[in-house]
Design a protein around this ligand. Structure first.
Ligand code: COS
Length: 385
């Protein structure tokens, strides 16, 4: 029985780790300060074939699976969480097509998403709600061979830079909740679609986060993914499949902060010895190591389970759903705790922008919020027990 990474997964980890240290880490502080989307980082992901890691080989991906994707996101996020998010969000925006797209839709979009020629975004949250998906208000009304979409989506990662956006909209409010919506592929040049306000964020600052506005936006009916009425379930399944990538981002942030704190604690002296020798510091680092490794084991196990599952609209079991939510919740809680303690280990330096743990602490916070708050994850977990 194998309970370890494969040779290919190790090679990928080493390759992405090198790339992260040599090409991503050097500009991380500047990108964070500027808060402008980095096409240079997109190009780096494209050149190294990283966008297609978890895309099927039949559609131009490398078919390496979800664990490989998690490993890549983790390595990138060790030095720059917004860079890890480039891969995680490509997966999130593309998953509705992978899960519910027909052959024509898959052929049309997936190869370009796998290569990174197209960027994807996922549009679910609205100003009125993010957690309570069943009460979202964006509408899509069938009109002949099209649907006309009206509404506003908010906090959409990559919304202003994406070529294709998968959009959730209620198609028939008379139908029962959870069975009254659809998910549509909207291409960026569609008339009636526009990008609104760009958010100025606490963390993952150079990642693009915007409002999207749909005003009589007419999309061909053939852009509906799966069946009309299936939208809620498609979005839930998308999130089950995508949350492990957010967990990987959080894990990477935690591991990056710990590595920095350990090196600092070996270097810095107080009371005649390196501060790692003081239990007040050494025990913090020990707790970091335990929590990170426990979170990593849960995440990798979840990825190993999910990558064997068919990417279609079949139902997941409660235990599969629970594993996805547990990974996201645990890894992000660990990231918040570890980064806060890493700042503490560095003392005054931890509070200064020249030292990366300050940014990591700000970056960690969003992982407890997006793709379902950790309160929602606990709700999902408790409902499946
Ligand atoms: N995976 C698969 N199916 C799920 C599911 C999940 N995680 N959660 C719920 N479902 C299914 C249920 O099995 C149920 O199916 P049936 O209608 O066939 O019985 C249906 O969806 C409705 O479930 P429920 O009654 O639990 O729905 P609620 O309206 O109470 O909402 C939560 C459930 C809160 C869990 C859901 O709205 C959610 O996940 N919200 C968070 C969304 C989110 O992550 N937002 C962040 C923005 S995206 S970056």
């Amino acid at each position: 029985m194998q309970y370890d990474l494969t040779e290919e997964q190790r090679m990928l980890r080493d390759m992405v780790s090198r790339l992260a240290k040599e090409k991503v880490a050097p500009g991380a502080i500047e990108r964070d300060e500027k808060g402008e989307f980095s096409w240079e980082m997109v190009e780096l992901m494209r050149e190294n074939g990283l966008y297609g890691i978890d895309f099927p080989e039949a559609y131009g991906g490398s078919g390496a699976g979800m664990l490989a994707l998690a490993i890549a996101v983790e390595e990138l996020s060790k030095v720059d969480a917004a860079c890890g998010l480039l891969l995680a969000d490509q997966e999130l925006g593309s998953l509705p097509i992978m899960l519910a797209g027909n052959e024509d839709q898959k052929k049309k979009y997936l190869p370009k998403l796998a290569s990174g020629e197209f960027l994807a975004a996922f549009a679910l949250t609205e100003p009125v709600a993010g957690s309570d998906v069943a009460r979202l208000r964006c509408r899509a009304v069938k009109d002949g061979d099209s649907y006309i979409i009206n509404g506003t989506k908010t906090f959409i990662t990559n919304g202003g830079v994406a070529d294709v956006i998968t959009v959730y909209a209620v198609t028939d409010p008379e139908k029962p909740m959870h069975r009254n919506a659809g998910v549509f592929v909207v291409e960026k040049d569609t008339p009636g679609f526009s990008v609104g306000k760009e958010e100025n964020k606490m963390g993952i600052r150079w990642s693009n986060t915007v409002e999207l506005v749909f005003e009589d936006c007419r999309v061909p009916a053939e852009n509906l993914l799966g069946e009309d009425g299936q939208g809620f379930h498609l979005m839930m399944k998308t999130l089950d499949f995508s949350r492990p990538a957010v967990a990987a981002q959080a894990l990477g942030i935690a591991a990056g902060a710990m590595e920095y704190a350990v090196n600092y604690a070996k270097d810095r002296e107080a009371f005649g010895t390196q501060i790692i020798n003081h239990q007040g510091v050494g025990f913090k680092l020990a707790d970091m190591a335990m929590k990170i490794e426990a979170a990593r084991q849960l995440l990798y196990k979840t990825c190993a389970v999910f990558q064997e599952l068919p990417k279609d609209m079949s139902r997941l079991t409660p235990s599969q759903i629970r594993m996805s939510s547990m990974s996201k919740c645990l890894c992000s809680d660990v990231a918040m705790w570890v980064t806060t303690e890493a700042v503490q280990v560095l003392g005054g330096y931890g509070y200064i922008k020249e030292f990366p743990v300050e940014r990591m602490m700000r970056d960690a916070k969003i992982t407890q919020i997006y793709e379902g708050t950790n309160e929602i994850q606990r709700l999902v977990i408790s409902r499946t027990l």
